[in-house]
Ligand binder design. Structure first.
Ligand code: ATP
Ligand code: MG
Length: 567
């Protein structure tokens, strides 16, 4: 490809709203263009990257038995009403009506569409296992679209759905996807981590996320410093911690007036006790009912854990009027005399006694004991894990790093097949719901994540497998005919050999071409200047290295091949 006949218009300026480097660089390298908030065009240079990622995904999926199809972006409301998600999905689901007043949505995901297909055609155990996938544009009306294509409203996803006769067979399908995903991220040249993810009220450990580690990532990843345990912060087990040995706990139950103490820290300071001995009583709305959660003052509640423990669809912090109705003024809730179920975090159970809210303004109670002064409905792991917590697998310690979620695989069981009646007849003649799994990869997000991981102050450094072009070629003296002819010849040789080369033949200064090549991040750069031409050589350089090597014209192709293969 010659730049003169391509469509390239690199930008000097970063977009004002850009918060992360990948967004800035994708705009500056003329890879994406914003049309509206969270809605982007992939310009030719960017689209080449997307197509390469898609191809890697496709090959890895096919190797593990995936079969490709293409489902529509627009979906009718009826199937969402059947699955029960039309009302549950929330505002991320973009709903609209057609000219006849019928309800539709832009597909944020395709469980309903695929289950409708499965129930129509999969009737017998003999037709399974089967795994269907597509690579397609999704629309989610995200609350906070940002970071360019990393958190867009319209984005490209590969989503796959597996259909199996039973749990064992579904586990095999899941395992194959796990393998396919590892291969995808390895082949894309990314440093990634597969972590345990929250699997919702279905339970089990069959949900994994794939994280590209980058400090700009939106997700927090817990990993053990001694073993391979790694989990999403929502999922990571938080083992009970003992209170510090030097604390003296009072035995005597006593009310204390605590004026002007608004935070846990204020209360601890006022009572002259450590924060960990003050226990917060948090009123939560768990589906339709209110519950209280007791957590140490130095810990934070993890509502996902509460949600899974209670097996309810959602848990959120209660509204002030609800808190006031059950436990008095906001900020002073306490477990003593409380008339709603009380759930207690493991680490609270370890406290011999504690300071708690008194359910009255400016009142706290010290010396409160679990099981004596109030009863727990259940004790469990309800807190967010912290750096330094003990690993449940090996006893090592937790670290927290940041990551970008690029893939998520999920065992669904019969969630959709039951609600949408996708059943088959098993070998024993019994009608059963199909066992399903779903598996997503953020194709467009991978492009941004790769940049977050691979860049320097001059621009992108693409991993070779997903680079828009493998090689950039240009003359450093475009007004010197001999030099230009030599470059033309190299271009022809490389093209004929099947190397993906972009030849910057524009009538521009060498400096402009050099900085564009660095900005766009082609893995290999070949230049010829008057000096190297006189020596019968081209300068060959890897984008990631600073040193260029002089290579005889006749050896350029071989050198390029070696570089592309070795890297
Ligand atoms: P997140 O937690 O980042 O919102 P999610 O859990 O909603 O993602 P899934 O439903 O698991 O995402 O979708 C599968 C994959 O699609 C994700 O792993 C991610 O790579 C990608 N993805 C999801 N939302 C977006 C988005 N708004 N923009 C770009 N890619 C996205
Ligand atoms: Mg996810």
């Amino acid at each position: 490809m010659r730049v003169s006949s391509f469509f390239l218009n690199t930008q000097r300026e970063a977009p004002a709203e850009a918060e992360v480097l990948s967004h800035i660089l994708m705009v500056r390298a003329f890879m994406i263009r914003k049309l509206a908030t969270g809605i982007f065009t992939y310009l030719p240079m960017g689209y080449r990257v997307i197509r390469k990622i898609e191809q890697i995904v496709r090959e890895c999926m096919n190797e593990e038995g995936g079969v490709e199809l293409l489902m529509p972006a627009v979906q009718p409301a009826e199937i969402w009403q059947e699955s029960g998600r039309w009302n549950k999905f929330g505002k991320e689901l973009l709903r609209f009506k057609d000219r006849h007043g019928r309800d539709y949505c832009m597909g944020p995901t395709h469980e309903e569409v695929i289950t409708e297909i499965a129930r129509s055609y999969i009737k017998s155990y003999k037709q399974m296992p089967v795994n269907l996938y597509h690579i397609q544009g999704k629309f989610r009306d995200e609350v906070r679209p940002r970071f360019g294509v990393m958190r867009a409203r319209e984005f490209i996803m590969k989503d796959a759905y597996s259909f199996d006769v039973d749990v064992q067979s579904a586990a095999v399908s899941y395992e194959r996807m796990r393998r396919a995903y590892c291969k995808v991220f390895e082949r894309c040249g990314l440093k990634y981590k597969m972590i345990d993810a929250d699997s919702g009220p279905i339970g089990g450990d069959l949900s994994n996320e794939f994280m590209v580690l980058a400090h700009t990532g939106e997700d927090e990843v817990i990993s053990c410093d001694a073993c391979d345990y790694a989990a999403n912060l929502e999922k990571a087990a938080a083992l009970p911690v003992e209170p510090s040995a030097d604390i003296t706990f009072t035995d005597k139950l006593q009310e204390v007036f605590t004026p002007n103490a608004h935070t846990v820290r204020d209360v601890a300071a006022f009572l002259n006790i450590p924060v960990q001995a003050v226990v917060k009583t948090i009123i939560l709305k768990a589906d339709e009912r209110l519950v209280a959660l007791l957590i140490r003052g130095d810990h934070e509640v993890n509502t996902t854990k509460v949600k899974n423990f209670l097996r309810v669809p959602f848990v959120e912090f209660a509204e002030p009027q609800h808190i006031e109705a059950v436990s008095g003024p906001v900020g002073f809730s306490g477990p003593i005399g409380l008339n709603i179920p009380i759930y207690v975090d493991y680490s609270v159970e370890k406290l011999p006694s504690m300071a708690v809210g008194g359910n009255k303004r400016d009142l706290h109670i010290i010396g409160a004991k679990l099981g004596v002064d109030f009863k727990a409905e259940a004790v469990g792991d309800f807190r967010a894990a912290l750096v330094g917590d003990v690993c449940p697998k090996c006893g090592g310690r937790y670290n927290i790093t940041r990551g970008i979620e690029v893939g998520h695989i999920f065992y669904l069981g019969s969630k959709y097949s039951e609600s949408m009646q996708a059943c088959f007849t098993d070998a024993d003649g019994v009608k059963k719901p199909i066992e399903m799994g779903c598996y997503g990869i953020g194709v467009s997000r991978i492009a941004a994540a790769a940049i977050e991981q691979n860049h320097d102050e001059r621009g992108i450094i693409w991993p070779i497998p997903i680079a828009p072009f493998e090689v950039a070629l240009f003359s450093l003296n475009s007004n010197n005919r001999e030099v230009t002819d030599a470059v033309e010849l190299l271009y022809k040789t490389l093209l004929e050999a099947g190397v993906e080369v972009i030849y910057d033949d524009r009538d521009e200064r060498a400096g402009v071409k050099l900085s564009d090549a660095d900005l766009i991040g082609y893995p290999v750069r070949i230049t010829v200047g008057e000096k190297s031409y006189k020596n019968g050589c081209a300068e060959v350089k890897l984008r990631k290295n600073s040193e260029a090597a002089a290579v005889k014209f006749a050896d350029v192709l071989m050198t390029v091949r070696e570089l592309l293969e070795c890297e």
